[in-house]
Design a protein around this ligand. Structure first.
Ligand code: ADP
Ligand code: MG
Length: 327
């Protein structure tokens, strides 16, 4: 099977229903028509075998996840996902693998009405790269840099489950069988918080998706906004899978420092709390307030348990960093 048959068989046959795709797969470049008075948001993420996943990861999960993590970046900006391109580097052509991978990718792309409009296919070590483009009314992008002291800090859902899923898949931790599906789904099939991101337009002061761990990602908001924060560990949303599996301190360590959850972490000025509540009242979205932005040392996060300061017994790394010399 050559490159063109492969593209036809697994990627081009699936024609999107979007009418704003003027020219899709098959030409030198894709042509799309952004909506009037909108801006484009563009995000790219790569997953490399041996770095981001291992050879036991189901190909369907890889297809889902490489699309989901990119769409999650768009969600964190408040954008509506629209178009994807896929750069695929494969060690060999394996039809069963491609069947599953493309099914996983289109499942989530279709769910969010996002069209695959192009890509590139080469031979080499297994590497997946997606570029996602989304649209936003002009001036409505939610950046990381505008949080202010006094703003409330929220997360969109349970933290630490994807990290637990990874630990289970690497046989570092065992979970009860009733929790297996949940932790593997959170690791392999994250659902980007697209509806919430859009609901936050015009009211959140900053937003990020939690890919590297809450402390690391909230830290990015704080550094770029020149602020500090207090986080209430007693308010963190933790699943039963996490709390029934780990000791309390370990559960908190997973919730605060393990990556791949793809929940949104955002800051909200006091005067917009009612608007948030109104906008999400008729949805299943239940963001949880976990703390507050404060002045002080840029990027610093103080942990509190109720009214008391709280610290880990042992030092923790705030999150995952590919170029950390200490690794
Ligand atoms: P070019 O030589 O112009 O880069 P290619 O031969 O690489 O073109 O690709 C042919 C067409 O197939 C292009 O429209 C490209 O966008 C699309 N394409 C290639 N690989 C993929 C892929 N993995 N997924 C989706 N579209 C792809
Ligand atoms: Mg090419």
């Amino acid at each position: 099977m050559d490159e063109f048959n492969l593209i036809d068989a697994f990627f081009a046959r699936h024609q999107s229903r979007r009418r704003d795709v003027v020219i899709g797969i098959g030409d030198d470049g894709a042509v799309v028509q952004p909506a009037a008075e909108h801006e484009l948001v563009i995000a790219t993420d790569t997953m490399v075998e041996g770095v981001h996943f291992d050879s036991t990861t189901p190909p369907r999960a890889l297809g889902h996840k490489i699309a989901a993590v990119n769409i999650s970046d768009l969600a964190a900006m408040g954008a509506e996902p629209s178009w994807l391109t896929l750069a695929l580097t494969l060690p060999r052509v394996d039809r069963d693998w491609l069947e599953e991978f493309s099914a996983g990718l289109f499942e989530i792309a279709d769910y969010y009405h996002c069209a695959l409009v192009g890509g590139d296919t080469t031979r080499g070590p297994l590497t997946l790269t997606v570029t996602a483009q989304g649209q936003l009314p002009k001036g409505k992008a939610i950046s990381r840099g505008k949080a202010k002291p006094g703003d409330w800090i929220y997360v969109s859902g349970d933290l630490g489950d994807a990290g637990l899923g990874l630990a289970v898949s690497q046989q570092r931790v065992e979970v009860a069988s009733r929790h297996l599906k949940r932790v593997y789904d959170k690791l392999h099939y994250p659902m980007p918080r697209v509806a919430l991101g859009q609901a936050l337009r015009g009211i959140a002061s900053a937003c990020i998706d939690v890919s590297d761990g809450l402390l690391a990602d909230l830290g990015q908001i704080l550094k770029q906004s020149n602020c500090a924060a207090q986080v209430q560990i007693d308010k963190l949303p933790l699943s039963l899978a996490l709390t029934e599996t780990l000791e309390a301190e370990d559960a908190l360590r997973y919730a605060l420092t393990s990556g791949d959850d793809y929940e949104l972490c955002f800051t909200l000025p006091e005067q917009h709390r009612g608007q948030l509540e109104t906008r999400i009242a008729h949805t299943a979205i239940k963001p949880v307030c976990i703390g507050q932005v404060v002045g002080g040392d840029k990027g610093k996060i103080r942990l509190r348990d109720g009214a008391d300061e709280w610290q880990f017994a042992a030092a923790v790394q705030p999150g995952y960093n590919h170029f950390n010399d200490n690794d």
